[in-house]
Design a protein around this ligand. Structure first.
Ligand code: AMP
Ligand code: MG
Length: 395
């Protein structure tokens, strides 16, 4: 058995980022930049009015101003220079004409009977964004490895980067093993239960940016499982096998993985839940993870070990956020040899309590959780009021 930290280290060391591809901007959300993006232009490209109003010389604010031009956004000024006593009516986003050093907001301008302008305010900001204020030509604006969120997309669009180079999304195949399993649409009888892991793992993988697909349910039959794993390994970067990795008579996934050419790097981790988590690599650059079938275990093994792996395959270093909170009720446990992930919920913005939980089969409990708190190996109690770092679950 390896420690959780060792397991994560083994997984992350084994990961090699995928190749890059050019992708239209609309498809770049949640992808990872494969190359630094350098701006070939100033942003804004010209001195830009940030308010609707009148562009003039600050020195002339005390006197009447004659309007010599009207400049909407998208149009070059018609008058080449604002001279003493003159102003140009200007709209937000328009080019500020030479000679003007401020824009009086329209709210602080009174129009005389003759069409002249008077500043009615006390003082004014410049209300001008100088060229290059946001980005200077030659600046490295975004870096390789950055995860592309909405503002990154907007920045790329601003820079004219319509087809950024991003890392390919890893493909993930999910196999559910267990003779008790039936599809979610099935009516259950006898000893059957519905397969909830396939869909849960697939959406977790997709949420981390992977292209996930389900390879369905396979009963606890060596040959069938072997064939399905072989096919999934052939077709994916990462194969996730749910169930069949524990100590039962029918838990033969680890030995089958070896038969399928997977070099197992660990088969047991000192984590709770998730102890039977199994991980290995193939000579053709594939990855495979066997997960305990209990849905809470599978969820947590994915979050803690596979989410960082998928991000790394996409060229991004995933650093989970941590939120400081106080523990609202004490947490006690009798066995301390594993690092435990305890699902917690916020009862106020600064206090968490463990969610009511009766073991890792009960996925419904996890629906009420906001995050995880980790109890280290060797720790049997977290006292009421103790400061804890909460790892938010839904970011
Ligand atoms: P196993 O890891 O195969 O020993 O399964 C542990 C527990 O998880 C058993 O109660 C299984 O019935 C349950 N289980 C296994 N696979 C799934 C699945 N795909 N969806 C929901 N529960 C499962
Ligand atoms: Mg099973």
């Amino acid at each position: 058995m390896v420690s959780f930290e060792q397991a994560l280290d083994i997984v992350m060391r084994s990961a090699v980022e995928r190749e890059a591809e050019r992708v239209p901007l609309v498809e770049c959300f949640n992808r990872v930049l494969a190359r630094d993006v350098v701006s070939d232009t100033d942003i804004p490209p010209f001195n830009k009015a940030s308010m609707d109003g009148y562009a003039c010389r600050r020195a002339d604010l005390g006197g009447p101003l004659t309007v010599v031009d009207v400049i909407p956004a998208g149009k070059l000024p018609a008058v080449s220079r604002i001279r003493p006593g003159e102003c140009a009516k200007i709209m937000t986003g328009a080019i500020v004409p030479d000679g003007a050093d401020c824009v009086i907001m329209v709210e602080y301008a009174a129009v005389d009977a003759g069409g002249g302008i008077r500043f009615t305010g006390f003082d004014t900001d410049d209300n001008i964004c100088p060229a290059g204020q946001d980005v200077k030509r030659g600046d490295t604006v975004l870096r390789r490895g950055e995860l592309i969120r909405a503002p990154h997309i907007a920045t790329l669009a601003t820079l004219g980067c319509a087809e950024p180079l991003v890392f390919k999304r890893p493909t993930v195949g999910v196999i559910a093993t267990g003779s008790e399993l039936v599809e979610p649409c099935a009516r259950i009888t006898g000893a059957q239960i519905r397969d909830s892991n396939s869909i849960q793992i697939a959406v977790q993988a997709a949420n981390a940016g992977a292209l996930a697909r389900s390879y369905g349910i396979v009963g606890d039959d060596r040959q069938l499982i072997r064939a399905r794993i072989r096919q999934a390994l052939d077709e994916n970067d990462l194969v996730i096998v749910s169930g069949g990795v524990s100590a039962g008579d029918l838990d033969f996934v680890p030995e089958i993985l070896e038969q399928c050419g997977v070099t197992l790097l660990f088969t047991s981790v000192a984590m709770k839940p998730g102890k039977p988590a199994t991980f290995g690599t193939t000579t053709s650059g594939g990855y495979c993870c066997g997960m305990p079938g209990n849905p809470v275990s599978s969820f947590i093994v994915f979050e803690l070990l596979l989410k960082p792996l998928i991000y790394k395959l996409m060229g991004h270093v995933y650093t989970p956020p941590a939120v400081r909170a106080a523990l609202g009720t004490a947490f006690r446990r009798s066995r301390t040899e594993r690092r435990e992930a305890v699902p917690v919920k916020f009862i106020d913005p600064a206090t968490v309590v463990p969610v009511e939980f009766h073991g890792s089969a009960h996925i419904n409990s996890l629906c009420g959780a906001d995050g995880l708190v980790f109890v280290p190996v060797g720790t049997g109690e977290l006292k009421q009021g103790a400061p804890v770092d909460v790892r938010p679950l839904w970011t």
